[in-house]
Design a binder for this molecule. Structure first.
Ligand code: F6P
Length: 331
């Protein structure tokens, strides 16, 4: 049997000759169990009455926590504690937690797209695994200041009509689906290969009036379609759950944007670098796409702490290059 057909087989093969390969494999398998808990909680409609019920507590990003945020954070923290994870950095916790001497640092958004919980739209969990060394244990504040190029593995689960895992160990990106009968995750579809050219884009256009001139001009030119300077029509799709917008791009290409804008607190956009943009950028590059902060490669940017925000663009390579041209004109 082709061992890459199961998640276990893929991780076992991927662990060979890789730094911390076995630790990474064990951790991702524990995450797969946590994802099943979250998906089943969603399917039941919650552990209490309302998955979207506010918990009277703001997370580090300033968003009100909802019941499902707390369920997901607990499930993945438990999984991390059973794994060789030394540091746990979560969107839902103000500070990183040191769990022990394990060789991995986990940055995680336990529940991406929480504004969509009550709408039965796909949401997800995004994770990034970084090396944790003696130097990081001596100075724990440094462990989440590593650039995305240091990631050992990254991926995201999608809680949607299907429970999917998109994952990279640095040698291509693969998709796995939870097979309802067997309970395990098995390979799903071809390995994503993002087309160089985009036919669709995704951005929250209601923020247009807050954007910088170059960003507005870029989207105006996309909207001008075949009659405009870009010379062809672009469709627009925006779910508002990054994992769902991203999965569409993995399967048929396109462009996703969350730029900085003039709103208070949005100068560097909305998305968090450690546990949203870096893991997504790693998966995207490994599937043949590109990811940037608008002008520079996302994975090269050194984050300035666990909850750092960054403008973000990812998708088809030609579009990332085109965007950089427009934003360059802004300067
Ligand atoms: O916080 C993350 C997130 O929910 C992403 O999943 C999504 O792409 C984005 O925020 C949506 O933000 P907005 O509602 O401002 O468009």
């Amino acid at each position: 049997m082709d061992t890459e057909k199961t998640l276990e087989g893929f991780l076992r093969d991927g662990a060979e000759n890789r730094p911390e390969g076995k630790a990474v494999a064990a951790t991702i398998l524990a995450f797969a169990d946590a994802a099943v808990i979250v998906q089943e909680t969603i399917a039941r409609g919650g552990s209490g009455d309302d998955l979207a019920a506010a918990q009277n507590h703001q997370n580090a990003g300033g968003d009100m926590q909802k019941e499902l945020d707390v369920v997901a954070d607990r499930a993945f923290l438990d999984a991390a504690k059973r794994s060789p994870v030394g540091f746990y950095g979560s969107e839902e916790q103000d500070e990183a937690v040191q769990l022990g001497d394990g060789p991995l640092a986990l940055a995680i958004d336990p529940l991406d797209g929480s504004s969509n919980i009550e709408t039965n739209v796909s949401i997800g969990t995004i994770f990034s695994l970084l090396p944790a060394t003696d130097a990081h244990r001596a100075d724990p504040s440094s462990v989440f200041r590593q650039p995305g190029t240091n990631q050992l593995a990254a991926g995201f689960f999608i809680y949607g009509p299907q429970l999917l895992l998109v994952v990279t160990l640095g040698a291509g990106t693969r998709v796995f689906i939870r097979a309802p009968g067997s309970g395990g995750f098995v390979a799903f579809g071809p390995a994503p290969a993002i087309p160089t050219e985009a036919k669709e884009y995704a951005v929250n256009v209601s923020n247009r009036r807050h954007w910088a001139t170059g960003m507005r001009r870029y989207v105006d030119d996309l909207d001008a379609g075949a009659e405009g300077p870009r010379g062809h029509d672009f469709g627009m799709r925006y779910v508002g759950s990054m994992v769902a917008d991203a999965y569409r791009i993995f399967r048929r290409g396109g462009m996703f944007l969350y730029p900085g804008d003039t709103r208070k607190g949005y100068e560097r956009g909305r998305l968090r670098q450690l546990y949203e943009t870096n893991p997504m950028a790693f998966c995207i590059e490994q599937a043949g796409g590109a990811a940037s902060d608008g002008t520079g490669r996302m994975l090269d940017i050194v984050p300035d702490g666990l909850h750092a925000r960054t403008p973000f663009a990812f998708g088809s390579k030609a579009e990332i290059e085109a965007l950089a041209g427009y934003l360059g004109k802004d300067a």
